[in-house]
Every structure is written in C-alpha cells, then in structure tokens.
Design a protein around this ligand. Structure first.
Ligand code: SF4
Length: 202
C-alpha cells in the first residue's frame, strides 16, 4: 500500500485533534471527489514499518484524541490487508485513543452481511451471536472490530450538504461500528457530549 499524506493536528475528520492518514488507491471515482489524486494506487510513498513507527511516535502527543483513516479508500482489499497489522499495533499501544475510518463502501452491503437466513433464528438469537459473514475479504471483520466510527457511502455531489458534520453528502452515514456489530444492524454514531468543530469531510 502507498499513502498520500500524514496530516498532523487535523480537526476536520472526526472529533478532537486527530492524526489523519490518507492512503492511496480508490476505485469509487465519485464525481466531485475532494482528493482525486489519491485514486492512483501508486501515488505517494510506500507505507512501511518506518511509517508505522513514525505515526505511533507522533500519536504519543496527548493532544491527539485519535487516528483517522481516509484517502483514497482504506477499505480497498489491498489496503485493508496492509492496514490491519498496523491497526492492531495502534490499538495495543493506544487503547484509549479512538479510530475513525472514511469509506466509499457501505458497511452492510459491501463489507459485511448479516445473514437473516431464518427470520425466527434472528428473532430468538442472542444479539451478540448474530451470524456475521464477511463479504469483502477475510480480514474485514477483524478490521471492523478495531474501528470505532465508520463514515460510509460514496460522496454524491447531488446530495452535497456543507452543514453536515464530518461528511460531505447526505447519503453518507456516521456509524458506531462496535454497537452495530453487537446489534446486527447499523447503529448511527451519537455525537452528543463530544465537543468538536463542525467541518465537512468532502
Ligand atoms: S470514495 Fe472518497 S476518495 Fe474515493 S472517489 Fe469517493 S470521495 Fe474520492
């Protein structure tokens, strides 16, 4: 995987002060994309162990509330495989910092599928045990278990709304990933109680 930029002290892509990693490569090609140069998987520099070490070192600054992944497309299969080992390290070193990820894919259509093969089974299932099926690649479920908030959906210029918090168009969703995985359905992130500036992502 290549990456395009490491942005320090970012206040536009999630709550609080964040370190943002813009990865390279995106196949969505949204009209009006904010970062078209990152569509090319070869753009930027290789994401190496040194890059990981640099990011983890920068994040020692207590000002950082967390890490944000965007791009490009962090959830392209090759990028998922490259990011997973790094994100395991990040969560281990900084268990109190959060992880946000922006993706053009839909969590419940492109990344995961909850299998309601038998509606009765769902009705009687322990919520924690709802069957999960990875529809992307085997790494996807573990990756999602590390992500706190996923802003999903392609940017749609026709639905652009600059008043939205951390997203560019009204079709996009801000998802509480862990609550969603536990509930077996999409649960929107609740921003109440978080002090933050209001800035659009796209
Ligand atoms: S998903 Fe994001 S990076 Fe990719 S084309 Fe759409 S807006 Fe651009």
């Amino acid at each position: 995987m290549n990456y395009a930029e490491i942005k320090e002290y970012d206040i536009a892509n999630g709550p609080g002060v964040r370190l943002s990693l813009f990865v390279s490569g995106c196949t969505h090609r949204c009209e009006g994309c904010f970062n078209e140069i990152t569509w090319d998987f070869n753009y930027g520099a290789p994401f190496t162990k040194d890059t990981e070490d640099e990011i983890l070192s920068l994040l020692k600054d207590v000002s950082y509330r967390g890490l944000t992944l965007l791009g490009g497309e962090p959830m392209e299969p090759g990028n998922q495989r490259a990011l997973l080992p790094f994100l395991r390290r990040y969560k281990k070193v900084f268990p109190d910092k959060d992880l946000w990820c922006f993706t053009g894919y839909l969590m419940d259509r492109d990344l995961l599928e909850w299998i309601p093969a038998d509606p009765d089974a769902i009705a009687h299932a322990d919520e924690q045990r709802l069957p999960l099926h990875t529809v992307a690649i085997p790494e996807t479920l573990e990756l999602l278990r590390l992500i706190d908030v996923l802003v999903d959906g392609e940017y749609m210029a026709s639905k652009k709304d600059i008043t939205l918090l951390y997203k560019g168009s009204s079709n996009q969703r801000t998802i509480d990933v862990q609550k969603s995985l536990a509930a077996g359905r999409i649960v929107q992130w609740d921003p109440s109680g978080v002090s933050m500036s209001k800035t659009a992502h796209l």
